[in-house]
Design a protein. Sequence first.
Length: 537
Amino acid sequence: MSETAGDHTNGGTTPDSDKRRTRPRRRRRRWLWLVPAVVVLAVAAGAFFAVQNSRAVALGEISPAAGSLLNAKSVTISCELSRFVPGKGSVLLTVDGQSVPAADVTLQPGMVQAQIAVADGEHEVGLRYDSSNVFSRHLARTWSFRVDTVAPAVDAGSPASFPLLLARSSEVVLNMTEEAAVVLTLDGRAVTVDPARSSRGSLKATIVADEGEHALALTATDGAGNVTNKQWDLVVDYKAPKVTANGLPDDEVWKENNSAAVSLTVTDYFADRLVVTATLDGRALALEERETVSAGRRAYVFDTGALAEGTHEVVVSATDLARHVTTLKRSFLVDTSSTFGARTLKSGAVGGDVAQLQRILAIKGAYGGEPDGDYGESTAASVAAFNAEHGLDGGPVVTNETLKYLLGSIRIVLSERKLYLYGGDGTVVTTYRVAVGMPKYPTPTGNLRIITKQVDPTWNPPDSAWAAGMGPVPPGPGNPLGTRWMGLNSPGIGIHGTPTSSSIGTAASHGCIRMLIPQAEDLFARVFVGTPVEIVK
């Protein structure tokens, strides 16, 4: 018993201890078997991946190149797919987000290609390749290109008159729908385009040319190679026409003539395109053209016809191709019978002005004879008595001071819309509110006089656009002249009554001075043919 116990105590073995020693050995043997398996698997995997890599598809060159600009609407799209074999893997080609039909896609070893029609503008191509290959399971690429098949459109931005140029040196602005390389020529000679003053889509150049016709040509090539050729027939006209007239008396007062036959000569580079007109007191005169004297010159004649007493104006106007206007004006007073009040008088004078003097003297109580128009002894005596009564110098002579006392005067202040009637001594007799000319038809200013007086006048429409289509208006209610007309020595202008009382105090007439009808009748009784009328602003 003791030995057995001692043996156990001194390291003897038991079945349990043997089992514990054999377990590690078994585990080591199992791991030894796994090593060859892992090696085999690694070799197989390596071989697999090597094969997969050797067969992997890669994306290569593309067409059109990214960002390229084309000038054709039929475009070939292609992409290299190295090691691609048709039938292995799937290919999806899109343009602008839309799939290209399979029937339009050509698949060939190492390449995908399609011929498509596209509109002008920006386009995006997408290519997707899917396969079971580990290294090229999903491949994708997108790129863009632009198509431009339209040549630049070109038009003139300035000057507004283009292709008519109004100066020898003119800045021209040509606008284009896109940037382009430009060649500009004038009559075959190069014109420098100023880059400093040009901007995107437009160019500026200075055209220097003499008067005449010229050819301006432009060639514009855009970035896609589209070309525009354009030519303009330029007309350069910077000189106004010249007008000369012969036959109009030089005197401002015509004493011997009451008509004139006038010849005109007008010169201009583009004489055949001139517009020449002549008017007398605003009415058109008939121009008769004569044979051209020489190149660049035209000749005309016209006749004024018999002219009434008063102020007249002849206006000749020549307008050339460039709208340059040359105007020749001649103003004059026809005084062959001497309207009373226009000039001083003395013994020996005869005519209507003398008869008017006699009538006024009779109204003033200074003359008792008949108005015979003969400034004789009886008339001279009456004038002397009138001058003396009013303390005037002059004796038997009608001086300017005599005229003032005989006629008084009228002063019209347009801004105040008032007419002032003055007595011979310069004091205000009475004041009237009036209507004056509207801005488009202003009342003329200056020193005028009454040359006619009419009771219950007939209104005859003037030869003016505003009166077109109107007919004469006989005396009576609604007559535009009311019941009294006091015509001035300015064509078509007078002082008269108006049925339109609301216009008084405004600028409403076509140049005349309107008054309330009762006040026009009152003024009519106080003034005479020959009364001075001063019109001021």
